[in-house]
Design a protein around this ligand. Structure first.
Ligand SMILES: *Cc1c(COP(=O)(O)O)cnc(C)c1O
Length: 411
């Protein structure tokens, strides 16, 4: 018998899906909803105040990226930034070559536009990953052709936390361009999951475009940036009043932008300390899981420098991840299966599949992602219930039947 759920105890372990807003971020944003509501394009004082705030946010963000303020484009989030990077480059440079290189483990905000471009006749090459979820820089470089216009590789993977060799790929692309006397291919990285944990120095990473959003770093949802290196042309997707130097029209979401800048500043200032803390919690949870629950497997890289410090992805054999997630929710513990974005479908995660995980393993996987407010007490609380829940589910479900139901997804 399972113990009764404890009322009003919540443990949020899904920070890769989104984070709560930091009070300091909210405080910085508040005046721009109320007194300082001006349109940054208006010429009178109220507008100029908003415009100055915008400029200051841009300066804060560009400093965190070691970029110039004019390199920062504000958008409505990670999805828009990824779309703008891919469509923007594709449409501005299609006459010189219609080939893009990316990977099998990208976020859908990248995979979606790529699949769409393919329908328009673009050739897309996807690099695979190894068992741990790492892309090989060599493999990416080998795929470059004369008509390759863009390379897009994510920085930290949202499902298994594998950190990709962005600086190495960036350096190799620079070398390729030099040797071939060309400006192509451009290099984009989706850094949404990395922004709270890793360096965002665009000079060290050698990226031309970089996506960041607010919702994964204790900032506002629906706020994002696209870093665009000077001299790199993109075609805008949203046309209108010509804001953001004509690359992204629409009245700037001033409060969100202020919040995003504050959130990024805080996240980058604390990233080492927070990373260490969260990595410890991941290790403790994984150790406890191995001690108390048989037939488990870590998905992704081992806990350490190659893995986002807040990410733990575990397969519980002979259990449906979805069922486990819902049971845990009864106890106030929030986490996710394969990928939150596909929670409405029963398809196994494309990332776990790309890593070569057998179908049954992918289906029993849970992702726990830690955050600022978590502590050891959360691990203890979770481990009070998790072993019993797994045991119960294993007894209840004739798993082979469960898997057969989904057999049509088997490749
Ligand atoms: C969350 C996320 C996105 C999408 O960002 P939104 O702000 O939700 O549009 C894109 N890429 C990665 C890696 C993400 O984690």
């Amino acid at each position: 018998m399972l113990p009764k759920p404890k009322k009003n105890r919540n443990v949020y372990l899904d920070h890769a899906a989104t984070t709560a807003m930091d009070e300091r971020v909210l405080k910085a944003m508040r005046p721009y909803f109320l007194e300082q509501f001006g349109n940054p394009s208006s010429l009178y004082n109220l507008g100029r105040t908003a415009n100055r705030a915008l400029a200051s946010a841009r300066a804060t963000i560009s400093a965190a990226l070691h970029a110039l303020p004019e390199n920062i484009i504000f958008t409505s989030g990670g999805t828009e930034s990824d779309n703008l990077a891919i469509y923007g480059i594709a449409r501005a440079h299609q006459s010189r070559g219609q080939h893009i290189i990316s990977t099998l483990i990208e976020h859908h905000a990248v995979l979606g536009p790529l699949a769409d471009l393919k329908k328009d006749g673009w050739d897309i090459t996807y690099a695979g990953v190894n068992k741990e979820g790492f892309v090989s820089a060599d493999e990416i470089i080998k795929k470059i052709r004369k008509d390759t216009t863009l390379v897009s590789v994510m920085y930290g993977n949202n499902e298994v936390g594998s950190i990709q060799p962005i600086a190495e790929i960036g350096r190799a692309i620079l070398k390729y361009r030099k040797e071939n006397n060309t400006a192509y291919p451009y290099f984009h990285t989706d850094a949404c999951q990395a922004a709270g944990a890793l360096t965002l120095d665009v000079e060290k990473l050698h990226v031309d475009l970089m996506t960041i959003n607010g919702s994964k770093i204790y900032g506002p949802k629906g706020a994002g940036i696209l870093y665009l290196r000077r001299g790199v042309k993109i075609k805008p997707m949203i046309l209108g009043g010509g804001q953001e130097k004509r690359t992204r029209s629409g009245t700037e979401n001033v409060p969100a932008i202020i919040g995003l800048a504050e959130a990024l500043k805080l996240a980058q200032a604390d990233r080492i300390k927070e990373g260490d803390k969260q990595k410890k919690l991941c290790s403790m949870l994984w150790n406890e899981i191995q001690k108390k629950i048989p037939k488990v497997k870590l998905n992704g890289p081992e806990i350490g420098d190659g893995r986002l410090p807040n990410n733990l992805n575990v397969t519980f054999m002979d259990v449906e991840g979805e069922a486990l997630l819902l049971y845990l929710d009864e106890y106030g513990v929030m986490c996710s299966t394969g990928s939150a974005c596909t929670s409405e479908s029963l398809e196994p995660s494309h990332v776990l599949m790309a890593m070569g995980l057998p179908y049954e393993y992918a289906h029993g996987s849970l992702r726990f992602t830690f955050g600022r407010e978590n502590s050891l007490a959360d691990v203890t609380y979770l481990m009070k219930y998790l072993p019993a829940i797994v045991e119960q589910l294993r007894e209840l479900s004739p798993v082979s039947i469960g898997f057969k139901q989904h057999a049509k997804y088997k490749k």
